[in-house]
Each structure stands twice: as C-alpha cells, then as structure tokens.
Design a protein around this ligand. Structure first.
Ligand SMILES: [Zn+2]
Length: 676
C-alpha cells in the first residue's frame, strides 16, 4: 500500500564525543523535565516516568498520525526543505537544467492548483482508454508490462537490488503485490473494525470509478468485484512475519522455471516488454505468481480491468485536483487517523524530497549540515563499534570461532553519515513549471531507467536508500552497512552541547541499534560481504535462537489500545537491536569522564541521565487508528515498549533506578534476556 508508509525506524544519529564541560558550570539541562511524570515510579514504568507528562499533554497536530521526538524534528526538516524550494521557485532566470531550476519549478508546478483543477482527470484518460480496450488477460499483462516505465504496472512487482547470494551484483527481485489494504489478514479478519475497512475500500473504489466516468450502478459492482478479487490474491500472500525470513524469500530461478511456476503469463515476452533482459530472477514469494497465473485465467477479464483501473486511479489521485485528493485522504484516514489533510505545500515538499532526492538533498546539505557534524558523528560511530567488539569478546554463549567471524563482519561494516559521497545526476529529467503530473511521470521514467541500467551489473555501494533530510537510519544486510542521514543528526537525537549521558543514551543507542542489526535474527544470516550464507557454528545458532524465542514471548505479552498484543515474532529483529543498542551504548558511555564521576545534573546521576536520554528519544503518542495499523504491519514495537521492554532486560538500568522484585519492570535473573 503506497500511501501508508510505515517506516519509522529506528534511528538516528549523531555525533559525538561530546566535549565534556564541567558539570557544575552547566546551566542548561538537555533532558526535558517538563515532559516527565514524577508521580510514576520509574522502576514500575520508566516510559511513564520519563515521558508521562508529554503523553498527557501532547496535542497531535491535526494533519499527523502521531507526535513525538521523530515527528517534531521531521516537521522542522519539512520547513527547511520548504524554504529551499520557495527560494528557488521565486528566482527568475535560473539556468535551465540547474538544481535550483528543477526543484523550484517542481515546487511551482505542484502549487499550481489552478492548472491541476482545470485538468480534472484529463491526465488519466489515455491510460483509462487503453484499459478499456483490453480484450483478454494476455493483453492486460502486456499493457501493464509496457506501462512499467511510467511507474505503473502493478501486479508484477519487481525492483533491482543486490543478489542475496552474490551480493556484489544486482539482479531482478520480484515480490508479491496486488493488494490495496496493508496486508493479507485485512481481507479475512472478522472484527467490526476490519469489516468497516473493507467496506470503506469498496466505497472508495466506487467513488473513484464514478469520478472517472463510470455509472453509479457499474461503479458499485466493479468495486465489489475488486474486493473479491483482492481477497483471492490475498490468500496467496505471505504474512509480514513470513516476509522476515530472508532464506525463505530468496528463490533464485531461471525465467524458464518462472514460466513453469506461472504458466499463463508469457514471461519472456513480458520481461522484454518491461525492458528487462535477464535469464534469472529472484521470485521472493512464488505462491503469489502461481496464484496470479491461475486467477488471470479463471477470473473474468472485466473483473481484472476493474482492478487495474482502480490501481491506476488511486495511485494517481494525489496528483489530481481537490476532489480526488479529498477522496484519497478520506480512505487513508481510516488507517492513519489524521484529522485533516496536510497543506498542499507539505505534500509537494515531501514529493520533491523523494522524487528529486539527490538534487534537493545536495541543496539541503549545503545549507544545513556542517562538515564538523559529520566528523563528530564518525567518532561516535567508531566508539560504538569498538564497544560492540568488546562485548562480543565477553559473550559466554558464543564459540570462539564464531566470535572471530562476527568481529570480522563488524570490523568491515560500511559506515555512512550525513549524505552520499556521490550525488546522482538527474540531467535526463526535464522539469516544467506548469506540468506537475508530467514532471512526476518524467521522474518515474528516470527511476525506471536507473533500475533497468543496474540489472546484472556490479552493485554501487555509494548508493543511499534514504534522502539526506530523512529523520531515520538503517542497516542494509547485503551491503553490510549502517546509514545515518543528516536529517536525524540533530537534537533531540544529538546535541553537541549536551552531556555525554544524554547523547550516548540517545544517538548512541540508535547507532548501537543499527550496528546490531547486522547480527539480529535476519542480519546474522548474511556474511561480512552481505551474502546469505551460514557462518555460525550450529551450536551458536541454537543458543541464539533459544534466547530470541524468549524475547519474542516477552514482547508478545505487551498490549496496546488495551487489548491488541504486540507481535513478538514480527518485532523480533527490532527488539533485539533495541536491546543490543542500549547495552553497547552503555558500555561506550562508561568510557567517558562523565560516567566516572558522580556529579548530578538536574538532580540525576550520570547513569540515570543516560537512561533518561534513551527514553526521551522514544517520546511520542499515536492516534488509535494508526496504532492499530502499526501493530499489524510495523516491525518496531510501540514506543512504550521500546523503552520499558528494552530496559527491563538491562541490569545497569536496575542499578541506576533501583529496580527490585517488587517492581513491575523487574524480571528475575532467569527471565532476564541478554543477547549481546
Ligand atoms: Zn531497526
């Protein structure tokens, strides 16, 4: 589902080996005490103690689905990007093809709602006419394959990225697709909320059909057909938990084998039509392509045409006039809970950030990311990396031979901070001041050409998967790399003026989190070069799995909205990373001068502040609708458990905050889980 992007991740970054200042002269306190609730016992509910005041008084802006440390920073970044776009857009006589001209004219075209309104759904008509003309499923697949370059072509999910067993080379990776709801269970759950969501999909589709010229009666029928068809497709889908298994989702096969699996699609012709030249592909989820082949032949072509028409219109709705955007928003609301649509300028800024990523990113970095910040961040990352190597040495459950290989993998981890060393060219894209829809399509062409050009070629490890202004961070297993965009290298994640405790608890734990992803239940399956390859001694793998199974059980007991349980299997990798991250950050903090003295700041000891800094990062509230969506699809645990679930397994936390067997955050030594 394109619109509900749920990736917040883990995050962040930043710098420093923080110069230490004598604490007695410090006046500012970089932990926000006004967000605390000191009536809560920290040993019972540390999240509530550190963040309860914030939670109680938080006002989620009407155009947001959640509000917290990540979100406020993200909104600040959106404003910064907005400033860059406005400034460029106001300049006269910019050189055609320059970065400023591209971003400025893209922005102007997006804000030109007069033209957009005048056009109505005119931009959709050529494709809708083509869909109308389709006579059978063979023509349908041919049409979709041909439209891939425009960014359409749903039903055949493909991208180009590293081959997981030969990670130095790219390959075509195919994946399951074809659903409008977030994941398969949305089509079969019986609770009233899920029934409502399906009803809303039907109503939404019917409305979009009517808005593009279908009669009311036909629109209602087509929309029902759409849901029935997607329900059949959903049966073949793998669940979010199943998708987390890298081995099960790596099925490299010849195109001939794909043909056998999915006989009703002429794959040689289809791939050629898309523009793909290859003999082998990875079919992530073969069941989907098997089912697609059968459903193409068994379902009436009219039903398929409704499906393709819906996919096309709903995907393009945000680029059209007010009525389409309103309808699009109304449907997304049931998953996000947002009260009002974002202002037009915000959506245009977000589009510009993603579609013109390197062009706008370079301007952003020039203005907002000083080189010193990168240097300090590099130091902090190195400190965390060293601390993790020491922890690996001390593990009592891992054999020496596995330790050696683990440290080798840790040692060569690729570290990216701030922004790409090489900006990609967008010279092939023409951006016009009066053609938002066309700009979008031309940028889709650019993306398509880039992908096609990479097939079966060596990977370029200088590539980034996030834009520089993004408030987030990631680990990529096939590159064995950790990546911290400039956008997250700011307060509240990091502040060079804050004491070490706050920074190591905040950004330090985030860095540790990303590093340990290379060794979580998924990351551990990839070797140092990023290949899916067993490198653990069998006995180490068994011990690791036993520990992580207990961690999954622990988290599955937590609930949100009173009754929905956290999915311990879905969130396992992130929970392992949260736990590993805080352990490593704590070790690294212990090496700082502040950790060695006992001077209190704001009434708290250095170690207490370290944990407060950690909790502050996860400060946030979420609308119930969005919380419900997240619990079924997001591999990260809810904020409260990212704090309480993690710290209830940390002995140093018990010591700092005096947790005993009388407290709710207490686990007995047998129940306490230590992985790293
Ligand atoms: Zn993570």
């Amino acid at each position: 589902m394109k619109k509900i992007v749920i990736l917040f991740a883990t995050a962040l970054v930043l710098l420093s080996s923080c110069k230490r200042r004598p604490s007695e002269t410090k006046t500012a306190d970089y932990f926000d005490k006004s967000g605390m609730d000191t009536t809560v016992n920290p040993a019972d509910d540390f999240f509530g103690f550190a963040n309860g005041g914030f939670v109680k008084n938080a006002h989620i802006p009407d155009d947001q689905s959640r509000w917290g440390s990540f979100d406020s920073l993200e909104q600040e970044n959106v404003k910064k990007l907005h400033g860059i776009l406005q400034e460029a857009s106001a300049q006269k006589d910019l050189k055609k093809g320059s970065a400023e001209q591209k971003v400025g004219d893209f922005y102007a075209s997006g804000m030109d709602t007069l033209t957009t309104e005048k056009l109505g759904y005119e931009p959709l008509k050529p494709m809708l006419t083509k869909i109308d003309a389709v006579k059978d499923y063979k023509q349908l697949i041919d049409l979709l394959a041909g439209e891939s370059k425009n960014g359409d072509g749903d039903l055949i999910g493909w991208e180009v990225s590293a081959d997981q067993s030969n990670s130095a080379y790219n390959m075509v990776n195919m994946f399951q697709t074809g659903l409008s709801l977030p994941e398969k269970d949305y089509y079969t759950r019986k609770d009233s909320n899920s029934v409502h969501q399906r009803d809303m999909l039907v109503a939404h589709a019917a409305k979009l059909f009517q808005m593009t010229g279908t009669s009311e009666a036909d629109a209602a029928k087509d929309a029902k057909d759409l849901l029935a068809l997607e329900t059949s497709i959903a049966r073949s889908h793998r669940s979010p938990v199943e998708l987390r298994d890298p081995v099960k989702n790596y099925n490299k096969m010849s195109v001939a084998a794909l043909q056998k699996l999915s006989p009703n699609i002429d794959w040689q012709a289809t791939l050629t039509r898309i523009g793909i030249k290859t003999d082998t592909v990875n079919v992530g989820q073969p069941e989907y392509y098997k089912a697609l082949s059968a459903l193409l032949a068994s379902q009436p072509i009219g039903v398929w045409k409704s499906k393709i028409r819906y996919d096309y219109i709903s995907y393009r709705a945000p680029l059209l006039g007010r009525a389409f955007r309103d309808e699009d928003f109304k449907f997304s609301q049931i998953f996000s809970g947002e009260k009002i649509q974002k202002d037009r300028w915000k959506t245009v800024v977000e589009s510009a950030d993603w579609k013109l990523r390197d062009v706008l990113g370079e301007l952003y970095v020039k203005k907002y990311f000083p080189p010193e910040a990168k240097k300090r961040m590099d130091e902090l990352v190195n400190n965390l990396q060293k601390a993790f190597a020491l922890r690996i040495d001390k593990l009592d459950w891992m054999s020496d031979s596995t330790k050696k290989v683990a440290k080798g993998k840790l040692d060569i981890i690729l570290k990216k901070v701030g922004y790409p060393t090489k900006w990609k060219s967008f010279d092939d894209v023409e951006i016009k001041r009066d053609d938002y829809f066309g700009n979008y399509i031309r940028l889709n062409h650019h993306d398509y050409s880039e992908l096609i050009g990479k097939i079966n070629k060596p990977v370029d490890k200088t590539e980034w998967g996030m834009t520089p202004s993004t408030v987030n961070a990631y680990y990529n297993p096939t590159y064995n790399e950790i990546v911290f965009p400039a956008g997250i290298l700011q307060f509240p994640f990091f502040n060079p003026d804050a004491d070490d405790a706050i920074n190591y608890g905040g950004i330090g734990a985030v860095i540790g989190h990303e590093i340990t992803h290379g060794f979580d239940d998924q990351g551990r399956l990839y070797d140092a070069q990023g290949n899916l390859k067993e490198w653990w001694q069998a006995v180490d793998g068994e011990r690791f799995n036993a520990k992580t199974k207990n961690l999954a059980t622990q988290y599955s007991e937590y609930t949100v909205l009173d009754s929905l349980h956290v999915n311990g299997d879905l969130t396992l990798g992130e929970n392992i990373a949260d736990l590993g991250g805080i352990m490593i950050a704590y070790d690294a903090f212990q090496l700082t001068p502040q950790a060695k003295d006992t001077v209190k700041i704001g009434g708290f000891t250095p170690n207490q502040r370290f944990f407060l800094g950690f909790a502050q990062v996860w400060r946030g509230v979420v609308r119930p609708e969005f919380a419900r969506t997240l619990i079924t699809t997001n591999p990260h645990s809810p904020y409260k458990y990212r704090v309480n679930g993690t710290l209830s397994n940390v002995p140093a936390f018990y010591e700092a905050w005096n947790v005993t067997d009388k407290n709710k955050m207490y686990h007995s030594p047998e129940k306490m889980i230590r992985i790293w």
